[in-house]
Design a protein around this ligand. Structure first.
Ligand SMILES: Nc1ncnc2c1ncn2[C@@H]1O[C@H](COP(=O)(O)OP(=O)(O)OP(=O)(O)O)[C@@H](O)[C@H]1O
Ligand SMILES: [Mg+2]
Length: 307
């Protein structure tokens, strides 16, 4: 129970002792927003996000700590646009962006806007159970106004700009003058709002690198026991001048980590095995295009072979 909830419960108890005949207030009034959500309210949300609404899970606590860091950065530097990216595909960027957004929206005052800038493999709308009819790409192509692409979600205080129609030229749209104007406008218009930008991976695509120079802060997601160290350091060097606020270690199994740690406590064997049999770029880059991260052409018939 949070300190605010404890204080509210204490005040209610004192009120009851002063006025024993007065009917008790509805229990709901002292519950956190997370606990009053009905199953209907959560219908359509990705199961991994639903887990966050049970506020006592370990994951929920980790995201609250991340929220604290984000809110501190916002307060200290007036930075309110955060890009979530990772070195490679499938590391958990979208899950992290949305989990962080929901955790912030669950706070007392803060409102959040999530912008899906992954114009190639958008997933924000799917995880939130909303339609992707119009979105960022349509706005950037000049077909609709900003108001038309701001979508309310089932989660109070959480708005979304979905990716929209998948365009033929995502990189051109992301690097366009209009995208820069949009970020500047969102920052000015929603000074009190946290804006979280979901994006594609850094290696083999330029979109996130371009975005990283326009936003205030970058959060780099790393998939535990999966992302090679070289991929993380390549991503950091690609991000260059961007402000990397921190790294989120996603899918980290703390239970087995600590049991392993204690098991080897006296033998001095902290076996972190990074045994990846395959060079990471070859394995992943073809999913996003036919170029390896080192710019060599890929053989379409055999994506692992470089010509
Ligand atoms: N912490 C987690 N625990 C369990 N599963 C997870 C976790 N984070 C992500 N996943 C799962 O891993 C898959 C990839 O997650 P997600 O879509 O967030 O990755 P991504 O980095 O955004 O991928 P892409 O590069 O395709 O945009 C999804 O099926 C998601 O449900
Ligand atoms: Mg994604």
């Amino acid at each position: 129970m949070s300190r605010i909830e404890q204080a509210l419960a204490k005040a209610a108890k004192e009120r009851r002792s002063l006025h024993p005949n007065q009917p008790q207030r509805q229990q709901q009034q002292t519950q956190s927003p997370a606990t009053v959500l009905t199953s209907d309210y959560l219908r359509g949300l990705d199961p991994r996000l639903i887990a966050l609404f049970s506020s006592n899970t370990l994951a929920a606590e980790e995201y609250r700590q991340l929220r604290t860091k984000v809110m501190r950065t916002k307060k200290l530097y007036s930075h309110n646009i955060f890009l979530v990216t990772s070195a490679l595909p499938n590391e958990g960027k979208t899950v992290t962006a949305l989990s962080l957004a929901i955790t912030i929206a669950q706070g007392l005052h803060d409102t959040v806007l999530v912008v899906d800038c992954d114009l190639r493999k958008p997933a924000v709308h799917r995880m939130l159970g909303i339609k992707r009819e119009m979105g960022l790409s349509d706005f950037l192509m000049g077909e609709v106004k900003l108001e038309d692409v701001l979508v309310k979600t089932k989660i109070e205080k959480l708005r979304v700009i979905p990716s929209g129609t998948i365009p033929p030229n995502p990189s051109e749209l992301i690097s366009s003058e209009d995208m820069l104007k949009l970020i500047t406008e969102l920052k000015a218009r929603y000074q009190n709002r946290v804006i979280i930008v979901d994006s594609p991976p850094v290696i083999s695509l330029t979109d996130s690198v371009i975005l990283s120079q326009k936003v205030d802060e970058v959060i780099l997601v790393v998939r535990a026991n999966n992302t090679p160290k070289e991929a993380v350091s390549d991503a950091i060097s690609n991000l260059g001048e961007a402000n990397i606020m921190g790294i989120v270690l996603n899918r980290f199994d703390s239970v087995s980590h600590y049991s392993r740690r204690y098991k080897y406590k006296y033998t001095d064997k902290y076996g972190y095995n990074y045994g990846y049999g395959q060079k990471y770029g070859y394995k992943y880059a073809y999913k996003y295009g036919n170029k390896s991260p080192y710019g060599r052409k890929r053989d379409d018939n055999n994506p692992k072979k470089l010509s």
